[in-house]
Design a protein around this ligand. Structure first.
Ligand code: SF4
Ligand code: SF4
Length: 174
């Protein structure tokens, strides 16, 4: 087996490639500066990409008409969660019509795999995966989402109402 070493002369041939690369770079730079509407990049965070409505992002706990949590603390979401990142503490409700409700509901978002099984398991549309995907935080506690964050964070503007209504369910006898 023979090894052919590069000689000093062949190094000259890199220069056309370097200049060719710079020409392409500057061509794109000036084209983008002169026609910003056609740029394929976004000015994040001022501009954000619009994902499909089916996108599975940050969780939302929905609310009833009166603003209280829709969740009945049935534990189906926590039982079906493959990452075991949902923790619920249930309590009896003062209203005899409402069997249970969560006094604590937490999702460890760093363990969540955004599979959507919690949403599918819920019988009363109490949990959904919404369109938000930003999960910033300065320390570990910022990544454990509790009831105030899941149901009443400012982006939700007072809460997202569940499709399942108690009055209609009682009228229907379910
Ligand atoms: S999206 Fe999946 S992993 Fe995340 S909390 Fe729901 S069931 Fe668990
Ligand atoms: S979110 Fe839905 S599935 Fe989970 S405990 Fe509440 S009612 Fe049950």
């Amino acid at each position: 087996m023979s090894v052919v070493q590069n000689t000093g002369e062949t190094k000259n041939w890199y220069l056309p490639g370097v200049f060719g690369g710079l020409v392409i770079t500057f061509r794109h730079l000036f084209r983008n500066l002169l026609n910003r509407k056609k740029m394929i990049t976004l000015d994040y965070p001022e501009e954000k990409y619009e994902y499909s409505p089916r996108f599975k992002g940050n969780h939302v706990l929905t609310v009833k008409k009166d603003g209280s949590l829709r969740c009945t603390a049935c534990m189906l979401c926590a039982t079906n969660c493959p990452a075991e990142c949902i923790k619920i503490v249930a309590a009896e409700h003062d209203d005899p019509v409402v069997e249970k409700y969560p006094i604590n509901y937490e999702i460890d978002i760093l363990r969540c795999v955004f599979c959507g099984y919690c949403e599918e398991a819920c019988p009363v549309d109490a949990i959904r995966l919404g369109p938000e995907w930003q999960t910033p935080g300065l320390n570990g506690s910022n990544f454990v989402y509790d009831i105030p964050h899941l149901a009443y964070r400012p982006q939700l503007k007072g809460g997202i109402q569940s499709h399942v209504d108690d009055e209609e369910r009682h009228k229907a006898g379910i």
